[in-house]
Design a protein around this ligand. Sequence first.
Ligand SMILES: *Cc1c(COP(=O)(O)O)cnc(C)c1O
Length: 429
Amino acid sequence: MLTDMDSSQLFQRAQQLMPGGVNSPVRAFRSVGGAPFFTQSANGARLTTADGVELIDFVCTWGPAIHGHNDPDIRAAVATALEHGTSFGTPNPYEVEMAELIVELVPSVEKVRMCNSGTEATMSAIRLARGYTGRDKIIKFAGCYHGHVDSLLVKAGSGALTLGNPDSAGIPASFAAETIVLDYNDAEGLQRVFSDHGDEIAAIIVEPYPANCGLILPDAGYLERLRETCTAHGSLLIFDEVMTGFRVAAGGVQERVGITPDLTALGKIIGGGLPVGALGGRAEIMDYLAPLGPVYQAGTLSGNPLAMAAGIASLKKLQQQDPYPLFEQLGAQIRDTLLDAAAAKGLPLQVPQVGSMFALFFSESPVRNFGDATGTATDRFSQLFHHALEHGVYLPPSAYETCFLCTAHDGDAIERAAEVLAEGIQSIR
Ligand SMILES: *Cc1c(COP(=O)(O)O)cnc(C)c1O
C-alpha cells in the first residue's frame, strides 16, 4: 500500500500543499465537478484507487499506456536499466537505439533530439523553425493544444483570423502577437493569411488530428492543403504528434495519411510511462540545433537511460504486436455501442473515432472545429462521466479530452465498460 489515507483525506492535504491539490490542472476535475480520486496502483486496463475501488480506465495516463498499465515488458526493461545507474550526463547507448527506432517508425524523421516532455518538444520545434527560416510568425489552430508553451497558449477569437491574445496570465501580449490563430478545417482562412503574411510565417504547427478538444478529424484534402501551402511559401509544417504518434499507426498520422511534415513533435507513448519527449525531422533542419547549429536546445536529463529503456520497450512491443487492427475493431465496437445507446434514448451524439481514440460530443452535427466543439452539450458529458465513475469506469474528466483504448481493453473490460456507458447515456437527464 502506498498510503493508508483515502482519496478525500489525501486531497485535503494536497490542497494545503499544492495549487488546487494537483500538479497538472485537468486532474482536479474542475470541468466535471466533484473531487478527484487518488490512484494507488494501476494494472492492465484498470486503476485501483486509494479507496480500494477498481476502475476500467479510458484515460490511460493521458495516452502513454497503450500497452495497459504496468506492462511487464516495460517494467522489466526499466529494472534492467536500473542495474546500471539512473542518469549518466554523458551520451548512452539507449539514446542511439531510441533514435534508430524513431527514424525507422516515423516516416518524416531523419534525425531526432530527445527531451523530457511534449511541451519541450513543441517549444523546441517552434524555436528551430524560427531559427531555420529566419521568420517569427507561427500559425496554430484554435483548440489545438501543444503543451504550455508561451507562444502556443493562444486559442481563439472570433472570425477566421485572430492575431493572438494569450489564454493564460503571465504571457506578454507581444509573445502571443507572433502567433496567428486559425480555425481548423478552414481552407479559405489559411489562404487569406498566407496571401497577407506568407513571407513572415516560420511554420504551421498542427495536431493533425486535433485531440485536445474532443477529437476532430480533417476534411478530405485539408492536411494536404497545409503541406502544399507551407511548401509554396517556404514555411515549415510541424506535426504535433505527441498524442497521435505511435497511437493511430506506428508512424502516427503522417503514416496514415502519407503526408511528410518538416518537423514532428513526439511525447506520451514514446516514454512508455516515463517523462519523455522528442523532436525530429529533416536532417538539414535538425542540424540547425546546437552543437552543430545556432538554435540552442538542451536538457540535463534528456535521453535519460531509464526513460529511454521504458520507451524503447514500448515502441518495440508495438512493432512486434502490431495492435492497430485490433484497435480499429475495439474502437468501432465502443463507438457503435455509444451511438446505439444515444439513438435509443433519442439524444444527439457524435462519436469521432480513429483506432484507439474516440470522443463524445453531444451534438446534432459533426464537430469540424473548436467553435463546434464548444457548442456541444458538455453538461451531458459531465452526467455521463459521473455515472461511469460511480459504476467503475473512468472517462477523462473533461468533455474536451479524448478517450483512449489500450491493448488490455480486451473482452471483459470492453464489454463491462460498454454496458456502463450505455446505461449512463440512458440515465442522462
Ligand atoms: C500532451 C500533449 C502535449 C504536451 O505534452 P506534455 O508532455 O504534457 O508536456 C503537446 N501536444 C499534444 C498534442 C499533446 O497531446
